[in-house]
Design a protein around this ligand. Structure first.
Ligand code: G4P
Length: 529
């Protein structure tokens, strides 16, 4: 197979959902289809169960599992599929946002009874910011839930999407009979036997065919005909171009637990989902088909063994091929590096590979060279964009609790921030360090890891901040900006990259500041240009 064929057959995507909607179950069923695992239950859930907030062993277990399931690759038909795992727990949402910079498309799983939930809204809004093609999978049709049309309405309104169904349920819950595949014009009758063969589908090319009444009953048949008519009137016809540019989202229905509707989803997915897409860098758009390597780090995972401080940096290949033992340029450090044992990921195991293609993820052993967002090239000086930080929701001062271990603490904080565990802000006035996180759980993770991996102790102190706003003055020399800096001095800090940040204590303060200093622009993500 040549280089271009290798690119064309790759599908790199993420599955996102609010916890409990069925992401893990769906992932597992997809792997079963790919023959990557033999039995159900092989994919471990990466979620931290409720009540385990202070259970450090649970956190450690979670880290171990999440490295094992970070990338799940398998072949299906003639395609190479890479599923990038996204943590479900909301305290780890930052990790998910970053992973979304490395996917070419996503599948959003929605629980038919719960509809659009909070975490779904946040994650989809990040996908929309980047025009990532989205497929919606409505799950748990074997249970009573919301009416399919109401639910599609809710998806459109709450997520700001425009949807069109490619499959449609016949009944629901107790009356769930199966799924009409609008895309292929056939019916798959529901059976809760997950080993059910796909050959069981019944082709119904003409929905008026009286056979339909015999199969699903008169009442259900006439309801289905009405519903399909309504779909034709109300929803746009599926248009792949619109799906690819993020303006139309196809919807599939099913029951992941019963392995039902999953094959339709997967077959539809491999046909319509994009192969590796071009990516914007700070200098130009880089196409996957270019022969020179480029790629970027989207995730760093510390090794589980605290005695060996090495880490695994996950690189998404954007263009060219990544080859073992070849010299590549680490753009930020201006260094040439080669890697003797790049890992590729296959379902649950990782192995050393000689060559990887655009869309693939390679794991590189790292002793501290990489930060999230770093770019590798064959010499070209450019950096991939689109790895923003969002304002954290919790802020605390971090203090050294063991004066003998100040160096260890500093190193530990530095490395954990490189991994993207949390965000560090250094106050301009007194150099005190403030840690910002998405969830309270991260403080425990940081404290635990500082102690066990770096031998340092820390304590926290509350810092009443509502939001971090990245600051960009229209003119850094004008009087307004200088006054802003003088008046707000106590609340100004620098992030890890030295960007100026205003730590505001309330939305009211933000509004007041914006109206008082209109030329000082405040941004809620770090991607401010
Ligand atoms: P998540 O990764 O999105 O958090 O969800 P996960 O797959 O772990 O699924 C959450 C719960 O929903 C699980 O039940 C799972 O068995 C159930 N589930 C997933 N898909 C379906 C479906 O199509 N129909 C029905 N009825 N249930 C489904 P649990 O009891 O919380 O977990 P477990 O003890 O079964 O593992």
């Amino acid at each position: 197979m040549n280089f271009l064929q290798e690119i064309a057959r790759r599908r790199t995507f993420g599955i996102i959902s609010h916890p409990d909607a069925g992401k893990t179950t769906l992932t597992e069923k997809l792997l079963l289809f790919g023959g990557a695992i033999q039995e159900a239950g092989a994919v471990k859930s990466n979620k931290i169960k409720k009540g385990a907030t202070s259970d450090f062993m649970e956190i450690e277990r979670q880290r171990g599992i999440s490295v094992a399931t970070s990338v799940l690759a398998f072949n299906y038909k003639d395609k190479k599929i890479n599923i990038l795992d996204t943590p479900g727990h909301k305290d780890f949402a930052e990790d998910t946002y970053r992973t979304l910079t490395a996917v070419d498309s996503v599948i959003v799983v929605i629980d038919v009874a719960k509809g659009v939930e909070e975490q779904t809204e946040k994650l989809v809004s990040v996908c929309r910011m980047r025009n990532i093609p989205i497929i919606v999978f409505i799950n748990k049709l074997d249970r009573e839930g919301k009416d399919a049309f109401d639910l599609m309405d809710e998806v459109e309104k709450k997520l700001g999407l425009q949807v069109t169904p490619l499959s449609f349920p016949i009944g629901m819950g107790y009356d769930f009979q199966g799924i009409y595949n609008i895309w292929e014009k056939n019916i798959n009758l529901f059976s809760s036997d997950s080993r059910k063969n796909i050959e069981d589908v019944i082709a119904i090319s003409d929905i008026q065919n009286p056979e339909l009444d015999k199969i699903i009953g008169d009442k259900a048949a006439s309801k289905l005909r009405d519903e399909l008519e309504l779909i034709q009137e109300v929803y746009p016809e599926f248009d792949r171009e619109r799906y690819l540019n993020g303006t139309l989202q196809p919807v599939f229905f099913g029951s992941a637990l019963n392995n039902f509707g999953v094959r339709e989803l997967l077959d539809g997915f491999i046909e319509i989902a994009p192969s590796p897409r071009a990516k914007e860098s700070d200098t130009r758009l880089v196409a996957a088909e270019e022969t020179k390597l480029s790629g970027f780090v989207f995730k760093i995972h510390a090794n589980m063994d605290p005695k060996h401080r090495d880490r695994l940096a996950f690189i998404k290949i954007v263009s060219g091929t990544f080859e073992r033992n070849k010299l590549y340029t680490h753009v930020r450090l201006g260094k040439s590096l080669k890697f003797s044992s790049p890992n590729a990921f296959f379902a649950e195991k990782k192995e050393i590979v000689d060559i990887s293609f655009p869309g693939d993820i390679v794991g590189l052993h790292d002793t501290g060279n990489f930060k999230i967002g770093d770019t590798l090239t064959e010499g070209e000086i450019m950096n991939f964009r689109g790895i923003p930080s969002f304002s954290p929701e919790h802020f605390r001062y971090i203090n050294n609790a063991d004066p003998m271990k100040a160096k260890q603490l500093e190193k530990g904080i530095d490395q954990l921030m490189d991994e993207g565990v949390a965000q560090l802000f250094t106050l301009e006035m007194n150099n005190r360090k403030v840690i910002g996180t998405v969830g309270a759980l991260q403080y425990e993770v940081i404290q635990y890891r500082l102690e066990h991996e770096y031998g340092a102790k820390c304590s926290y102190e509350n810092f009443p901040v509502h939001k971090a706003c990245w600051v960009k003055p229209e003119d850094p020399k004008n009087e307004e900006f200088l006054e802003f800096k003088r008046i707000k001095q106590k609340f100004l800090a620098h992030d890890k990259y030295g960007q100026l940040v205003f730590l505001a204590d309330s939305d009211f303060t933000i509004q007041m500041t914006q109206s008082k200093y209109p030329t000082v622009k405040l941004f809620f993500t770090s991607e401010i240009d």
